[in-house]
Design a protein around this ligand. Sequence first.
Ligand code: SAM
Ligand code: DTB
Ligand code: SF4
Length: 331
Amino acid sequence: MLRNNWTIEEIRAIYDTPLLDLIHRAGTLHREYNTIGEVQVCTLLSIKTGGCPEDCAYCPQAARYNTGVGVQALMKKEEVLEYAAKAKAAGSTRFCMGAAWREVRDNKDFDRVLDMVKGVNEMGMEVCCTLGMLNEDQAKRLSDAGLYAYNHNLDTSSEYYSEIISTRTYDDRLKTLDNVRRAGVTVCCGGIIGLGETHEDRIKMLHTLSTLPQHPESVPINALVRVKGTPLENNPKVDVWDMIRMIATARILMPATMVRLSAGRADFSQAEQALCFMAGANSIFTGEKLLTTPNPSFEEDNLMFELLGLKPRVAFKDETAVKGELTAEQG
Ligand code: SAM
Ligand code: DTB
Ligand code: SF4
């Protein structure tokens, strides 16, 4: 049974479970709700890079930090569709287009993005966008163009948020997520660990995610990619066990959701990634690059799929389990 009435105490108790027990519990629930060994393969493309006015302390694309990421105007539709075709040929079923925007504006660039969404959808891939804040009308227009998912991360707890970003609020984020839901687009929303947050902040973020009126259909768990020039460049590297603990807790709280082992994967060995899959991760980003930083190559990932006996999830597989009724009682 899916629940959205988790308490902080319940979540803390799960998060604090000894690791092997936690992995076992998450893995058992994962088997109940999902096809074991099936992993969703998503590919990212940065369609508009750099020069972002926001001050997200982790981000290489914020204009105010000198990270060496150049500014690139919005790509042409044809070029984007070429990338999508390449990703599809390599086995990817979801294509996610990212723009370094604070928010969507109603202009020619947005019209072009709508065209890209239409084009990728017509290729038979699930289309996702991450374009910053959206109003209800913009979400509706994306939905009409064939958008399947919208990525908009909460990143951390509401309490820690202002330490990381000052140019928008947590409530702004929640409002966009609500607009996405109202437009009937599936929600992709997760966070980053390694920002300098406490365990309590992670627990609180998981609480916010798992008590939304409806669980996000996908929850990306990112390990901070430490980029030179950003305020967080000298943060300690994320410990893989912390990643596993986050993934397992997310799996237990939101058993039918796609939990994505996201940024930072290039730094984890195959054995470490295998533990993430055992703890309930069932989605990854593939392709040489995330948005601006390195990711394992298609070839490396194909080898890992073969080695671990993983199978790519087909596009548009019924996700109604997540849409099932939430109940006030514990399942
Ligand atoms: N500008 C839009 C926004 O912020 O919503 C969309 C693109 S933004 C790059 C998408 C997400 O990438 C962020 O919300 C953040 O969670 C993640 N991200 C950015 N830089 C990262 C980094 N260095 N390490 C891990 N995740 C990162
Ligand atoms: C998400 O949660 N992680 C992806 C995607 N959603 C957009 C982005 C990771 C970005 C890592 C830094 C970079 O490559 O620029
Ligand atoms: Fe801009 Fe998004 Fe990067 Fe923040 S995370 S600086 S909004 S591109």
